[in-house]
Design a protein around this ligand. Structure first.
Ligand code: GDP
Ligand code: MG
Length: 149
């Protein structure tokens, strides 16, 4: 089963949207196998967003991500990487379709509520940054048998 890293960013926590995000993931049929509620350390935020280090918004992004608590998740399921990107919606809320988290709840690119890994390599890297060797917990869901052919 594929795993991906998902984050409810500080704006999502502050707006009381953790439950909404968790609910969408669970209802879709994906399984939450890791969860951590914390204020992200600056070093981790910089590593997480390293690909954007040269972009003009990088400093503000790191400052915001480390300013208040966020919710880190590891989400498991078939095609979970692509599915979570689809659930989140396009990076720019103006381009995010209704029915996606960003399309339904966000207005500004710098406050787009959620993150999800964009490739298998990114997922592995990001899970390692945020969960290290912490145990991820696999468990049966009673709908497992209905979700897959
Ligand atoms: P994502 O993978 O959909 O989150 O998008 P990116 O990897 O392109 O960018 C990472 C994050 O940086 C986005 O989710 C935004 O929070 C932020 N970001 C990206 N582009 C911009 C921008 O032009 N301005 C600002 N303020 N933030 C941006
Ligand atoms: Mg990205």
């Amino acid at each position: 089963m594929e795993r991906t890293y998902v984050m409810v960013k500080p704006d999502g926590v502050a707006r009381g949207l953790m439950g909404e995000v968790l609910s969408r993931i669970e209802k879709k049929g994906l399984k939450i196998v890791g969860m951590k509620f914390a204020v992200m350390e600056e070093a981790k935020a910089k590593e997480h967003y390293a690909e954007h280090a040269e972009r003009p918004f990088f400093a503000g992004l790191v400052e915001f991500i480390t300013s208040a608590p966020s919710l880190s998740l590891v989400v498991e399921g078939g095609d979970s990487i692509k599915i979570m990107r689809a659930i989140n919606g396009a990076t720019k809320p103006a381009e995010a379709a209704p029915g996606t988290i960003r399309g339904d709840f966000a207005v500004d690119t710098g406050r787009n509520l959620v993150h999800a890994s964009d490739s298998p390599e990114a997922a592995e890297r990001e899970i390692k940054i945020h969960f290290g060797d912490a145990a991820l917990i696999s468990y049966p869901r009673c709908d497992d048998a209905c979700l897959y052919e």
